[in-house]
Design a protein around this ligand. Structure first.
Ligand SMILES: [Zn+2]
Length: 325
């Protein structure tokens, strides 16, 4: 299997929201990619400019960071032609690698705009931005710029950033420097399309965690009431386990719990609600091992939330909440 390290450049409406096409807010104007083998050697390259059809004038912000002009773009070919050629170039057995999740989203938005056949699902890819952040420091921001990673690894900066091919090359060099262990295990699922039915739901045990991506539900509560959503299974053996801390609301969009498998120890479950445009929700549930200190921190958090709630109730009943906000 090869890795396709891909980078895209896109343009947007020059006149802001007014001139925006609702089906394609960002129009891809360049596809760049390198093919990398299992030893992280670059074995092939792909690069092509795309002649824009919707946003023909470069947005001022885009123009200031990119290295080309409208005249350059006019030498490009249609998105459909380039994208078809690119996907053929990718070959049969590959995994996309990108710096952050946006490139795959925009690629598929543009493909949908032209009613091209969809990429096969579930779509696994390697989010190298996240893998880089985790390799550096778990507390670091997960949105480091590519420039920072390139500088961190002292990769010579011979070519300008912000052409798709150069950025793809730099990303591949960062990958080579990181040489992540079990790289194939560290994939993410692309969330451009969530599972539409029970049959399409995703369950995967990888990278020392259990991951479940559900179909959509009318409300958060409907999701929480679903057996598959609220079940906590061991991240290793997938067996149902006992709850040590029941699901509780940890932030507006997440629930957490702690469970124990008699063979594999303690783990933390997390449900993240993903809102859809029509008001429905689907969930991403992850289950990962947790230390005793980790459990204590969660207990403390739960306690804090309870206290805050009590305080609020108290203030409300005293009718003084306004003076405290
Ligand atoms: Zn287990």
């Amino acid at each position: 299997m090869n890795y396709i390290v891909m980078d895209l450049e896109w343009n947007q409406s020059y006149s802001g929201r007014m001139g925006e096409h609702p089906r394609m807010p960002f129009e891809i104007i360049e596809i760049g990619a390198v093919k990398v083998d299992k030893n992280y050697h670059i074995i092939d390259e792909y690069s092509s400019l795309i002649k824009p059809r919707i946003y023909k004038k470069l947005h001022t912000k885009i123009k200031s960071i990119l290295n080309y002009t409208e005249a350059d773009l006019n030498t490009g070919r249609s998105f459909k032609e380039v994208c078809t050629e690119f996907l053929e170039w990718c070959g049969e057995d590959y995994m996309f690698c990108t710096w952050g999740p946006m490139d795959l989203t925009e690629l598929q938005t543009n493909m949908d705009f032209y009613y091209m056949p969809r990429l096969p699902r579930p779509l696994k890819f390697l989010n190298l931005q996240m893998i880089y952040a985790e390799s550096m420091d778990a507390t670091a921001s997960t949105v480091s710029k590519l420039e920072k990673a390139v500088a961190d690894f002292h990769i010579p900066e011979d070519e300008p950033f912000h052409t798709a091919l150069n950025d793809a090359r730099y990303t591949a060099l960062v990958l080579k420097e990181m040489k992540p262990k079990n790289l194939k295990e560290q994939y993410s699922f692309d969330l451009y399309m969530h599972p539409k039915s029970k049959e399409e739901e995703i369950v995967a045990i990888h990278n020392n965690q259990y991951e479940y991506i559900s179909r959509d539900f009318p409300s958060k509560q409907d999701a929480l009431d679903d057996k598959n959503v609220n079940a906590i299974r061991c991240y290793k053996c997938n067996k149902k386990t006992t709850k040590k801390i029941k699901w509780f609301c940890n932030s507006p969009s997440t629930y957490i719990c702690v469970g124990k498998c008699w063979r594999h120890g303690n783990f933390c479950g997390k449900i993240k609600f993903k809102p859809l445009n029509d008001g429905r929700y689907y969930v991403i549930k992850t289950i990962k091992p947790i230390t005793r200190e980790g459990i204590e921190a969660i207990r403390q958090k739960q306690e804090d939330i309870r206290e805050k709630r009590k305080e609020k109730r108290h203030l409300k009943s005293a009718g003084t909440e306004d003076s405290f906000t």
